[in-house]
Write a protein that binds this ligand. Structure first.
Ligand code: HT7
Ligand code: ZN
Length: 843
């Protein structure tokens, strides 16, 4: 397969003045008729007229009305065209019904839906399917279906047809069409300039009572973007559609967002607090793309972080404003470390702005999204809130309607602040997580902090340069008072010292507050100092971090040295847990233990080959010890945190998360009595699933699992939870068997990405089960991926990332994984997506 390079970018030879599309819908023979007005692009030198096209049957083509026979070439067609403006017309036939890859136009439960990002439009018609070609679209949809939707505003509606016009120029990846028997949940929003916008969430009949929360989230997002970024919505209508078969979470198509039904539908009976929180964030994310992604888009796919990093940052800030910034930040960092640090540490490491790719779908990664968002957070921390807003305003003013680059983004901030961001830009080009070593010295009232930064080599990048690292620091005096509030130190050198003078007694430094940079901080710190900061730090992130560091240190010693947990850790956690001055959500997070995968990486970094079984056992042992140590406080905590009527807000969900964390420990002591009682009484999915989870993690819950299935067998989204819970809670020696048995359950299908992920995503996330010494899980996943590749390459490639950490483990496990990866790679006709991913993992 061909590798595409950032350095090879050239503009397309033609501009598009208008696009008219007609769709004659048919499950296996949809006709797409296109009329496109092209004109030469004066900025381009390469005048080759090449249109992308894949899996299309060309029926006819004309240029200025004259029939032509284009040359069909790899990935599209070429034609000889006039020198001036001309009209291209073509008719193609496609088969949505047989499109199981869920890219282009496809069918899901009898409805037509599209997914065009990144390069799916070329499966709909011949077109310059690249983000820098922006055009105004008019779309006529013909079909015997009650709801016919496309982008923009509705123009005309008649029996069996609808016409839509989108006045805003857009790239083809934002095109969307939906048709089917759908019901809408309607509402309106009045923008700050007084325009009334019609809002709809479209769902399958039966789901209409699951839209209210999503609609509120949408209206809050619209208001927030006006208040926070001054960005107003720009069409008369905003439609959201829920689709069951969908590769990712959601898609920001202009005026017609399409959502995985798991990311929009909610009810207290079927959705957990975590679902509500995630859905609010995703609805915001897709809405925010209207400005960061749609009005201003990417010049090419290497610039993906331009829209994704920025939009993730915006949705994170929105969620913090709607809920709790402290809790959100801790959750963000947990995700960043679990996914992005993991990626940065392995064979798939790549810069936030990659320099080459084979298949762009493989670069919708935690690095592009989450590290991309961290970069925006660092930029803001360095320049301050006001300058950040000024820079954003300039960016929006300057580039509205354009397809731009990271250079354009940074230039807006350079111009708004007068600051040179050349060194800062390295965050986009240098892969790997910087290690930040800190040493302290104390001399007569002066504390000196000396930092040394280094970034390990990553594939294709050996020598790394120093980066700009904002380090937020506060100082706490020995009596627990904060003597120096948060100060941002700006590190630019490989090694740099910062002094704090005029201090009375030697303070304790709280470093990397609010996780001010995506780095790994290495400092000599003993458990007493950690416990001190856990008790006294005013920065919630650092407070949590110290508890987590204590837990990690405890587990690492148990694993490596076989020691028993110290009372220092157990007591410190107990005091956080019973401190009712602290947010219950924070207390729940503090009770959580580091994930097994995280421990495996830390052991590997410390030069110890991780033994997944031993990690599992140590974590279980610590859970039992915690349960014993906290036995006197658990029942009261369980009682105190009972909530009244279910409201999916921060307060209610915080209490429930603490109560369920407590229940999980209680279940290790009371044979599941409390959890069973909650399971029976629960009137909401948070508590029903939480109680079942608590039972399963105590080795109980067989009857409840059956009852759960009987109750929910008609609800796809709830059944996904049923599948996941069993695989996630299986003990190491049975995990593969459980997943294998579930893959033969009548409700299992590999055509639905949610269901496939529910079983096999859960298997790869069950660390000790996935890495069981038998290799059974490796074999099972490889078998499944080989079958899935022919159906859905995008999901196959993404799930092959389960093997990315293989070099951490012992020789036997490495041999087994290598053999499975080679077996996948040897599959005849393996997709480009999976070939690229597996080859990179093996390299
Ligand atoms: N911009 C979208 C990314 C995306 C996607 C979404 C659904 C299915 C396939 C997809 N490929 C790429 C989603 C987002 O980040 O907002
Ligand atoms: Zn996005």
């Amino acid at each position: 397969p061909q590798t595409i390079y950032l350095k090879d970018y050239t503009p397309f030879g033609y501009r598009i003045e208008s696009v008219d599309l007609t769709f004659r819908l048919h499950p296996t023979a949809t006709r797409v008729i296109s009329k496109i007005v092209f004109a030469p692009n004066p900025e381009a030198t390469d005048k080759r007229f090449f249109l992308h096209g894949e899996e299309l049957e060309l029926i006819s083509a004309t240029v200025n009305g004259d029939p032509i026979t284009p040359r069909l070439v790899e990935g599209g067609l070429e034609a000889d065209v006039p020198e001036g403006p001309f009209i291209w017309e073509a008719e193609v036939e496609i088969s949505p019904q047989t499109n199981t890859a869920l890219e282009g136009l496809y069918m899901s439960n009898g409805m037509y839906s599209t997914q065009c990002e990144a390069e799916g439009f070329r499966k709909i018609t011949y077109y310059p399917d690249r983000p820098d070609v922006m055009a105004v679209f008019t779309v006529r949809v013909e079909g015997d279906l009650p709801v016919l939707l496309s982008n923009g505003n509705p123009v005309e509606r008649g029996a069996g047809f609808a016409v839509w016009h989108d006045p805003w120029p857009k790239p083809s990846y934002l095109f969307a069409l939906v048709a089917g028997e759908l019901i809408n949940h309607p509402d309106t929003f009045t923008t700050k300039s007084g325009r009334e916008v019609e809002l709809n969430i479209w769902v399958r009949p039966g789901d209409e009572d699951k839209c209210a929360f999503g609609m509120e989230a949408l209206k809050k997002s619209m208001k927030w973007d006006e208040d926070t970024y001054g960005r107003e919505y720009d069409l008369d209508i905003f439609n959201i559609v829920a689709v069951d078969d969908f590769n990712m979470g959601a898609m920001e198509n202009k005026g017609l967002n399409i959502f995985n039904s798991s990311c929009v539908l909610t009810s207290k009976e079927t959705s957990t607090d975590a679902n509500f929180e995630r859905i609010e964030g995703i609805i915001a994310h897709e809405y925010f793309h209207n400005w960061t992604g749609n009005r201003i888009t990417c010049r090419d796919w290497f610039q993906l972080c331009l829209k994704e990093g920025l939009t993730v940052y915006r949705d994170q800030m929105f969620s913090g404003d709607m809920r709790s910034h402290a809790v959100k930040r801790i959750e963000e960092v947990m995700i960043l470390r679990a996914r992005q640090f993991r990626e940065d540490n392995g064979p798939l490491a790549h810069p936030v702005r990659p320099e080459s790719f084979v298949e762009i779908n493989n670069f919708y990664t935690a690095t592009v999204y989450e590290k991309g968002a961290e970069i925006i957070g660092m930029l803001r921390r360095l320049i301050g809130d006001e300058a950040y807003r000024k820079g954003c305003d300039l960016y929006f003013d300057r580039h509205d309607g354009q397809a731009v680059t990271i250079e354009d983004w940074l230039k807006a901030f350079e111009d708004a602040t007068g600051r040179d961001l050349a060194q800062f830009k390295q965050w986009y080009s240098q892969a790997g997580t910087p290690r930040l070593k800190m040493e302290e010295s104390w001399d007569d009232g002066t504390l000196t902090l000396t930092f040394t930064q280094s970034t390990p080599p990553t594939p294709g990048q050996s020598g790394k340069k120093p980066q700009v690292i904002p380090i937020a620091v506060g100082l706490i005096s020995p009596n627990g008072d904060e003597v120096v509030p948060t100060t941002v130190l700006e590190m630019t050198e490989a090694q740099q010292s910062f002094t704090f003078e005029g201090l009375g007694a030697r303070p304790v430094a709280s470093v990397l507050r609010d996780f001010s940079a995506p780095v790994i901080l290495e400092r000599e710190i003993d458990n007493d100092t950690r416990a001190f900061l856990l008790a006294h730090d005013t920065d919630p992130f650092q407070k949590w971090e110290m508890g987590r560091a204590l837990a990690k240190d405890t587990l690492m010693s148990m694993i490596v040295k076989g020691t028993k947990p110290s009372f220092a850790y157990l007591d410190a956690i107990k005091s956080v847990l019973v401190d009712d001055g602290l947010d219950p959500a924070f207390r729940a997070l503090s009770l959580g233990l580091p994930a097994q995968d995280d421990l495996a990486q830390s052991l590997f970094d410390a030069g110890v080959t991780p033994d997944p079984q031993r990690i599992f056992e140590a974590r279980e042992e610590l859970r039992h010890l915690l349960s014993a140590h906290l036995r006197e406080v658990l029942p009261a905590l369980y009682k105190e945190n009972e909530t009244g009527a279910f409201v999916p807000d921060a307060e209610g969900s915080g209490k429930r998360s603490l109560r369920l964390a407590v229940l999980s420990l209680l279940s290790l002591r009371d044979e599941g009595v409390t959890a069973r009682a909650l399971y029976k009484r629960a009137d909401n999915m948070t508590e029903q699933a939480g109680a079942l989870q608590a039972l399963l993690s105590a080795g109980l819950g067989t009857e409840e699992l059956q009852a759960f299935e009987a109750q929910w067998k008609g609800d796809r989204l709830v059944m996904d939870k049923w599948f996941t819970m069993q695989v996630a809670s299986a003990v190491p020696e049975t995990a593969a068997q459980v997943a294998e048995t579930l893959s033969r359950h009548p409700a299992f299908t590999n055509k639905n990405p949610n269901r496939f992920r529910a079983v096999f995503g859960a298997l790869s996330a069950n660390h000790a089960g996935f890495h069981h010494e038998s290799g059974a899980a490796y074999r099972l996943l490889a078998d499944q991926l080989i079958t899935l590749d022919a159906i859905n390459p995008q999901i196959t490639a993404r799930m092959s990332g389960a093997f990315e950490t293989w070099k951490r483990y012992d020789a036997d496990r490495q041999d087994m994984i290598r053999a499975e990866l080679e077996r996948i790679l040897a599959t005849p006709g393996l997709s480009r997506d999976t070939t690229e991913m597996v080859s990179r993992i093996l390299a």
